[in-house]
Design a protein around this ligand. Structure first.
Ligand SMILES: [Zn+2]
Ligand SMILES: [Zn+2]
Ligand SMILES: [Zn+2]
Length: 202
């Protein structure tokens, strides 16, 4: 007999930076794909059991991308604690396991995020300095051509530089858009854009 134990799954939302921790029973994980939405509604973690493996899609705070990771179903359902990490930054982006270890690991990750944010703000330390410079200069180019606006109609905006991303913020309605600045792909992505539209908050 398999016992219906509880599993805890956590990640940090790349949009609102809150940690999201949910509880799922082993039976429910086995029965249907898991969708974990952040209360802000802007990110979602997905996990699906496919035979003896579980595939996950994890939104990543550090590089702004979604990571596809997988592990054995046995580990996903029964291991005390599992950590999945971001390929670009090497930092953890998702935990699965028992209640205590998952909450503890998530709390440590929150602290690491705070530290990174403070350090990058103070010293201009980025995940990849070159990528950040390129992305910032592309944003500047687009801005000079008047290509940055908000869905609310405003053309007044400001920005915030993070460890591995840049947030464009509408001065009128406060809507935000995150532009990843972690890998060379992020430079390619923004290079081919002629305008950027900050979408309204809701
Ligand atoms: Zn969120
Ligand atoms: Zn990542
Ligand atoms: Zn706006």
């Amino acid at each position: 007999m398999v016992q219906d134990t509880k599993r805890f799954i956590s990640y940090i939302c790349p949009h609102c930076r809150q940690s999201v921790i949910v509880e799922r029973s082993v039976f429910s994980i086995a029965a249907s794909p898991v969708h974990i939405k952040c209360p802000c509604g802007k990110s979602e973690l997905r996990a699906e059991m496919l035979g003896d493996r579980v595939e996950l899609e994890v939104p990543c705070l550090f590089c702004g991308h979604e990571h596809r990771v997988s592990c054995s179903s046995k580990a996903f359902l029964y291991q005390t604690a599992l950590a999945f990490s971001c390929a670009a930054s090497g930092l953890d982006c998702c935990y699965v396991g028992e209640e205590g270890p998952v909450y503890a690991a998530t709390a440590r990750l929150e602290q690491a995020v705070d530290k990174l944010e403070t350090e990058s703000a103070q010293q201009g330390a980025f995940l990849d300095e070159l990528v950040m410079q390129e992305v910032l200069s592309e944003i500047k180019d687009i801005a000079q051509r008047g290509g940055i606006s908000c869905a609310c109609g405003s053309k007044e905006w400001t920005f915030r530089v993070n460890f591995s991303s840049v947030d464009l913020i509408c001065k009128k309605c406060g809507a935000e858009m995150r532009i990843p600045a972690a890998t060379a792909d992020d430079i390619d992505d923004i290079c081919c854009k002629t305008n950027l539209v900050i979408r309204g908050k809701r």
